[in-house]
Design a protein around this ligand. Sequence first.
Ligand code: GAL
Length: 950
Amino acid sequence: MKRHPWIKATLAAGCLTLAAAGAAGTGTGSPAPAAPAHRVSFDKYSFLVDGKRTYLWSGEVHPYRLPSPGLWPDIFQKMKAAGFNTASIYFSWGYHSPREGVYDFSGVRDVDRLLDDARKAGIYVIARPGPYINAEVDSGGFPLWLTNKPVKNRSPDPAYLKLADQWMTQIDRVLARHQLTDGRGTVIAYQVENEYYNGSPAGRAYMQHLEDKARADGITVPLVGNHNATFVTGTGAVDVSGWDYYPQAFDCSHPSQWKPAPDMAGHRFAGEPLFTAEFQGGAFDPWGGPGYAKCAQLINDRFASVFYKENIAAGATAQNFYMLFGGTSWGWQAIPQNYTSYDYGAAITEGRQFDPKYYEDKRIGYFLHAVAPVTRTDAMTPGRLDNPRLVDRARINPDTGTQFHLVRHGDTTASSVETAHLALALKEGSFEVPQQAGTSIAIDGRESKLLLADYAIGATRMIYSTSELMTDATTGDRDVAVLYGRHGSDGETLLGFAARPKVTVLSGHVAQHWDKRGLRLDYRHDGLARVRVDGGRRPLLLLIGDDQATERIWRQDTPQGPVLMVGSHLLRSAHYDGDVLALTGDGDGDAHAEVFAGGASKVTWNGKPLAATPTASGSLALDLPVPKPVTLPTLDHWTRRAGAPEIARGFDDSTWRVANLTTSSSVTKPGTLPVLFADDYGFHTGNTWYRGHFTVDARHAAPAGLKLKVFSGGNGGAYSVWLNGHFLGSVTRNETGAFGFPAAMLVPGDNVVSVLTVDMGHEEDYDGTGENRTARGIVSAEPLSADARAITWRLQGAIAGEDPQRGPYNFGGLYGERQGWPLKPGNAADWHPATLPADDSTPGVTWYRTRVPLDLPRGQDTSLGLEIKDPPGRHYRAMIFVNGWQMGNYIAELGPQHRFPIPDGVIDPHGDNDITIAVWKTDASPGGLGTVSLIDFGSYASPVDVSTVR
Ligand code: GAL
């Protein structure tokens, strides 16, 4: 059994101060501030930071899926604003290593900057550096160059460990300087490997090696895993084991069919908090799939209500959702199964907008943040319900006596609307709630209610409520609490007072009932009601909202106390500068807002003073700036240029690699020799061209044709074949094809067969069997009726190292990519005017480009994208480059993706933008590129201001 010594000590001593501060900042990032050393520990209830129990409410984000560092703070701030305090982050080895021994942490790969951004937003990080990450990313995060290393991946094979250690050394150095324990203060835990379920002696030795390596590299935070029960004890054990759970799996085509919620209560490990290291936050979608709107429907706000609260009721105190913001598998980062978007149906969409689930995550996140007793609970006897279809799952905090009752369907997949009364045994006696005649607790189809009892709202005792509590805070001299329920549902809240308090209903309809057990407020959730109760130690203001009203309630915490805001699209940050409360956030069309904050008399919003008028509720009313309308230009002035000179017999391929290898690093057996796999010749991304030369003369009869087997990967594969410039055909969604050589196409002397292939990404290596080394490109080329050796093959793919800024996945090997057209289109005279939709029946490759000047409103965050629309029946594929960044792979006949978000920074909202689209037409039917337009996913008056990554 392996436990890092300090963790043991921590457990024994309750907590332990780790290494002195200051071991930070030797890297390329900004100079390290002197950060105080913090203690990170854990016990069977929760993680603790400096001895304070901390619920980790975490979301997964992938920096390599957002190639615009200026937007990283936007994502972290949106997370924080939803009550998240943690991000779980994979670091992709391949993203940082274009070549063996070369590591890049600059520009869009600047991990120091990323971690600083997380820290500034108040977000802890669970760092997940692999070396293998899966993640639906090319090779599961293994570098492209590893496809040429026949090592035993994910094992103690010394040849593999030597390479993996190179990466660990590099990434650990960066992570170590950001640790909460002895760095700049962000990284709270470190995950070793990913979903590694190999508990054999070899598997354990491998895990142990990685753990020893992490410790040797100065990692001092707890080591965690998403390996379920594999590494709990024994060699290779991590400090805190976590669960990896996707209860609805990944078929989004039946978005209203649910599978049951797992009961995580049976998944505890002795001495460790219950941690869902990955719990479903959406789903990936395959080429030709139903689309991410359906995934968002499958894993919707109701899913969050039922499944995430279920985990709370099971005692989980660390929950991470995969994904919280999915982003874009730009360039050739996607795996063969998936298309460019990795939106995932997540709470924050690929275009950085809020899905309804964001608001449910927020309601739960605020609750977990405010209600400290939730971090230390034991199961207790559930309350009785008078509806057999509903159950209560109950927990109690042994110190405060606070009770948590999850009222839900017995069958977590049920969608019927149910009502019930719940029997509560509380300090004050027994209650059958709700007590008001003619009302009940309503479970509105798929939802669960997490009800609180025996809880202190600041200085006031809340005996119970049939509303859910969103948050409570002491601002200035009073306590404020937000209670909520579905629109139109009944609620009642019983508050304990020694003597009858004074109740002032400031807005809405709220009735009061006083008896010796306390003050009962009776109401219906409708808009936002406000009630002030005076008579306790501090005045209490209750904001009682329907679920819709809670969407516009925001909380931020400052050293001077919490700030609550009602209104605005988003509150990003709050801090005090004397009596000035400086707020930043995003405004939409509704300018009305108010803020509850003690000690503030003046307010600024995004740096500008706002008139702040005191209200009867004790808040300050504000009038926020609203966004200006956005008008996007039409994309016209297209030009086009032919892009497949390789088809022509006379094309000069003398500089291309001659295929002469007889052995391969691949796990695929070559079907014919020489080996024709693209990876073996160093071509790892996108398109690779092959040209096979054969001689026809008196001594050499022409082959009757060619039988090809080509691996592209996945459903989106394709290849096209030409003979001496004549199109012979394409194969889509299949591997083998036979192409006869019509005599009329043959010529005396040198004949050339040209084959355009595509690598749709390398397989992940989930089982450590080298699947990332599955061949791409031609697997076998058998001439019909001739010796295979009669054909000499040359091949050309992506030119490696071409663009260090955009990295190893951006370009493939089309002629225009090799010439750099997405960045330098060359001579304008070579580009001819074009209109879209194109009307072109020639198979092959054509490039289209236009330059669009944008002058969008300043002080506004507008999320842009490109949309391709096609008349039905077109057969082509397109690659979309914006200012040189490959932001979309499109397959007209397969879809489903037609809309491609382009992050600010890649696109410049205040300047000229080059849009370049490479179109590979796979047949001779009428068609070609459809219409292309700019789209707006949402625009808000905002402090987000991003510099371009060009
Ligand atoms: C997890 C895995 C992730 C990702 C996810 C599905 O189990 O750890 O990397 O592949 O499945 O999106």
